[in-house]
Design a protein around this ligand. Structure first.
Ligand code: PLP
Length: 482
């Protein structure tokens, strides 16, 4: 430890080496013993805040102290997303090669906004996006960029749809007094589509949510066409459609080919939100779900959900990157690259200027597992979710409300004679999560409170899903007999 007068103990490069090794050992132990911890944090609101000093310290502290406080104060308030029995929301994957790449990324701490601010980052990103494109079976004319989140990719898509519809005048002139742009999506769409419409100046009232129907819970294409025609007749400007591949609530999947037909007929921009389900497209047997995506203008999926890669890593593919660049590129002199014209500057494909070096973790993960290794894990997850749905469905007091789409299904407990099923299932969920061996979350299906179950964590094993069955059925029956 170097003592600097008045500054307290600063970490030297030798300390960095020492603590990196110590934290590496701690990390391995943390991952190996995750099953011993409750999945969801069991702390009360404000409990952690109370233990944190109200004012910043005048003097520095030794790293031992910081690391001890991390374990004592912070860790109890962490929900363990990498716990093998995390079955809530969607997974947010991590894996050893991804963590190690993130470590190197932090050490390099490069800003990867322009080609020249780190040529290797740009060129690796180009190559990784070409690999991912091949892995999910999109055609060669798609090019890709890594965004921080699907929300950002969708915002970029809606801005591009808006600019295309407004003949590229919106950024320049603003939207006041201009035509009213309309965006169409399904009732199953994620809230990031609403938010993108707010931020793009389109407004919630101009996001048309079309009912979904059928076993796939896909958008009703006849109703979509009727909405577009009615808007045209009313003097509004249909600009774009966001199709859903794997909705967040219950995995609803639109008929993308039919929607692409409408987008082509009426000249609308088509974006596909496959944030979660896109990773499963690396398995050819599930690609029927994305039929028609090759006709979309853009497509997003999150390797940071289900492709063993740490947040943030959202794969955004475009059939015509020039339209995106025309929408988002801004070129002040201080960002020019002198003497080089034919280069890709990925900040012109994204909303923020600054960019992390995200391609490295993809490179490490894909080369570490190989495509077949990742396919194997995803197939296991889907198989386990499906067999759990079958087992629960055979129990007379359980109902599978939405059957599995890939690795997601929803269910409710419905014992004979029970009155308030919503209240009963809410209590069941609370008890399960308070007990801590598994973690589940809820959604609403046709106004009913239902419990979601998804499998997607990197280290989940069949025994973890078996334990989930035991926890769910036993907790439910204890609840009723109590
Ligand atoms: N779209 C869908 C279908 C999602 O499920 C989610 C998140 O769960 C998102 C978009 C938003 O993803 P992100 O957090 O990367 O913005």
């Amino acid at each position: 430890m170097q003592e600097k007068p008045g500054e307290g103990p600063a970490l030297s490069t030798e300390d960095l080496a020492y603590w990196s090794a110590e934290l590496g050992r701690w990390a391995a132990d943390y991952v190996a013993t995750l099953r011993d911890r409750p999945v969801r944090a069991q702390t009360k609101p404000g409990e952690i805040l109370e233990r944190l000093e109200a004012a910043p310290p005048e003097a520095g502290s030794a790293f031992e102290t910081l690391f001890r406080d991390f374990q004592d104060i912070i860790l109890p308030g962490i929900t363990h997303w990498q716990h093998p029995r995390f079955f809530a929301y969607f997974a947010a994957n991590s894996s050893p090669p991804s963590v190690l790449a993130e470590f190197l990324t932090s050490v390099l701490a490069a800003q990867c906004m322009l080609w020249q601010t780190s040529p290797a980052a740009t060129e690796l990103e180009m190559r990784m996006m070409a690999w991912l494109r091949q892995m999910i079976g999109l055609p060669e004319d798609f090019r890709g960029v890594i965004q921080d989140s699907a929300s950002s990719a969708t915002l970029a898509a809606i801005l591009t749809a808006r600019e295309r519809a407004l003949d590229w005048k919106g950024n320049q002139q603003g939207l006041a007094g201009g035509p009213v742009c309309r965006i169409y999506t399904s009732v199953e769409a994620h809230s990031s589509i609403d938010k993108a419409c707010w931020i793009a100046g389109i407004g919630q009232n101009n996001l048309v949510k079309v009912e979904s129907s059928g076993p796939r819970r896909g958008l009703d294409v006849v109703a979509l066409e009727a909405a577009i025609l009615a808007d045209r007749k009313a003097g509004l400007l249909p600009a774009g459609i966001v199709a859903v591949l794997g909705g967040t609530s219950t995995g609803g999947c639109d008929d993308i080919a039919a929607i692409a037909g409408l987008a082509e007929r009426y000249g609308l921009y088509l974006h596909v939100d496959a944030a979660w389900a896109g990773s499963a497209m690396i398995c050819p047997e599930y690609r029927h779900l994305m039929a028609g995506a090759e006709r979309a203008d853009s497509f997003v999926f999150n390797p940071h959900k289900w492709l063993f890669t740490n947040f943030d890593c959202s794969a955004h593919f475009l059939r015509d990157p020039a339209s995106l660049v025309r929408t988002l590129a801004i070129r002040p002199t201080y960002l020019e690259t002198q003497g080089l014209d034919d280069i890709v500057n990925f900040s012109e494909w994204s909303i923020p200027l600054g960019r992390r070096f995200r391609a490295l973790k993809l490179w490490f993960v894909i080369r570490s597992y190989g495509v077949s290794g990742m396919q194997g894990l995803i197939r296991q997850h889907i198989g386990w979710a499906q067999s759990l749905a079958e087992r629960l469905g055979q129990e007379p007091d359980f109902e599978i409300v939405t059957p599995p789409v890939l690795s997601l299904f929803s269910f409710r407990y419905r014992p004979k004679g029970a009155g308030d099923l919503d209240g009963l299932n809410a209590r069941l969920l609370e008890q399960i999560n308070n007990e801590g061996r598994i973690y589940l979350t809820q959604t609403s299906v046709q106004g009913q409170f239902v419990i979601r179950f998804q499998v997607g964590q990197t280290d989940t094993q069949a025994a973890d899903v078996d334990l989930a069955y035991k926890v769910i059925t036993e907790t439910a029956r204890n609840l009723c007999s109590a």
